[in-house]
Design a protein. Structure first.
Length: 302
């Protein structure tokens, strides 16, 4: 896959490169929307969405435009992808028109195929198994509020989904301790945990939300039913004990933060009291998607 600067998954990076991207994002954020040189003038981003999005869609487009670039949007149904054109051929064609591609899709294999056949950088805007842009924004947000995340304790309570998997990657690369509380049927992550262990990461799995959250610096959750998932009722029943409410937050450190990648299902994985409470930084987290993705775009196109 050559020397192209793809942004596929955090486990593919070394810590120094991820730190460089965060530094770039912070610098771009400090300079403000219009207060910097148009770093990406004349460059075009193609965005492929095979799943719905609000934050990713808007923050990538606004970010690209603020850096002086252009954007083209492709949805699965309004492009030939929906009629069976392969990712490989799509990659070859888009590489002749644009400078960088962001894709949100179900199968991580499609992301890899796109990156393999593109002659331009490819960015992962979420698959069924990861959401690395989100994690970059989350680490940025934590550090803005509380300083370096290395050595801190992060607790996840909920489904072992795509975002949780990226938290595992981030724990290893940024050196924080991660406690995942997930019901047994929804784990599907033994390989990932083996990887974390082999990399010297401190990642633990439990079925007890209280145990995971006790003494944590940060509590995180996400929807119980990710896009494309079935068996919503079964998931709701199994995941109900993992809801983040004020009682669960009280187990964490008094100055612990709460994060959620959004969209939230209020009253399900998180209560209004926590979402709207003083420990919640969910709006800063959403804002930082914009800044961090400008950093990612600038790094990819450097
Ligand atoms: N957090 C996130 O990626 O949100 P969207 O699905 O709205 O893009
Ligand atoms: N886990 C969620 C994240 C949405 C940004 C999903 O995949 O639907």
């Amino acid at each position: 896959m050559s020397t192209l600067r793809h942004f596929l998954d955090l486990d593919r990076f070394d810590t120094a490169t991820l730190r460089r991207i965060l530094d770039l994002a912070a610098e771009i954020k400090r300079n403000g929307a219009n207060g910097h040189t148009p770093l990406l003038q004349g460059r075009t981003l193609a965005m492929i969405f095979e799943k719905p999005s609000t934050r990713t869609r808007v923050s990538f487009e606004v970010g690209m435009r603020q850096l002086g670039g252009n954007v083209v949007l492709l949805s699965e149904n309004a492009s030939q992808l929906g009629r069976g054109e392969t990712m490989a051929d799509t990659a070859r064609v888009l590489s002749r028109y644009v400078d960088v591609i962001m894709i949100r899709t179900d199968d991580p294999g499609k992301l890899v195929e796109l990156a393999e056949y593109a002659s331009i950088p490819v960015i992962n805007g979420l698959t069924d198994t990861s959401h690395p842009c989100q994690l970059m924004a989350d680490v940025m947000t934590y550090e803005e509020h509380r300083g370096n995340i290395a050595g801190r304790v992060v607790a996840w309570s909920g489904d072992a989904n795509n975002v949780a998997r990226s938290w595992v990657h981030a724990a290893v690369r940024f050196g924080f301790r991660l406690r995942l509380a997930c019901p047994r049927p929804f784990r599907r992550c033994s390989e990932l945990l083996e990887w974390a262990q082999s990399e010297g990461g401190d990642v633990a799995l439990t079925t007890s939300p209280r145990q995971a959250v006790e003494g944590a610096d940060l509590v995180v959750t996400d929807t119980w039913v990710s896009m494309g998932m079935k068996e919503a009722e079964k998931r709701h029943n199994e995941l109900a004990p993992y809801r983040v409410d004020t009682q669960l937050m009280a187990q964490a450190k008094p100055d612990a933060l709460f994060m959620h990648c959004l969209p939230a299902h209020r009253g399900e994985e998180v209560t209004d009291e926590v979402m709207d409470g003083p420990q919640s930084v969910v709006w800063d987290e959403a804002e930082n998607r914009l800044h961090v993705q400008k950093g990612i775009l600038a790094w990819c196109l450097a």
